[in-house]
Design a protein around this ligand. Sequence first.
Ligand code: SAM
Length: 213
Amino acid sequence: MHFISQELEDYIEQHSEKEPELLAALNKETYQKILLPRMLSGHFQGRVLSMLAKLIRPLNILEIGTYTGYSALCLCEGMQENGTLHTIDIKEELIDFQRKHFDKSPWGKQIVQHLGEAVDIIPKLEVKFDLVFIDADKENYINYFNIILPKMNKGGIILSDNVLWSGKVLEPIHPNDISTKILVEYNALLKNDLRVETVLLPIRDGLTVSRVL
Ligand SMILES: C[S@@+](CC[C@H](N)C(=O)[O-])C[C@H]1O[C@@H](n2cnc3c(N)ncnc32)[C@H](O)[C@@H]1O
């Protein structure tokens, strides 16, 4: 869903940083070869993620929902030189595609791919994170927040994607629509939880920035 006109979206993209060549190629190949290419963050949100990471300068990053690796590479742009990005996805068929593109980047050796259910993998990671990007199944957003929080460094940032869910968070919720129900609860939780301070940014499908206190 577009919250603003296509003309304004184009203007915003034209007046933001260019998409790096490596990412433009990954974007193109995802659209050519992989199912559901709209899941990829894309040029503008990718530049936002890169800028946030450059401001935060994280040592350890966790991404939940790798897909084809686009947002992982954007986040790596701001990672400290000796940093590590852990990224989790449940789809085995994406692993080689991700690795091919990771290895074309300067951060290939610093990116650790994890295959499986994120709720099972996160508790096993013995790492404290400075930056987390939640971008997988919406039904688990509250679970992700609860298992991540004890693994965050103070001042660390949790980014949550798709929190406006094409505007469905404002509409009556169909009883079978678990994703919208959880997202509405999740947005309220982030707003009210005294362990984080939160701003919800109307970027693409909604991107929340929560700072761990
Ligand atoms: C929206 S896509 C991620 C897009 C990517 N972050 C980007 O911006 O380019 C969501 C991904 O989460 C993965 N996923 C869904 N449920 C999952 C789960 N329970 N555990 C781990 N990964 C999951 C999907 O396979 C999919 O690749």
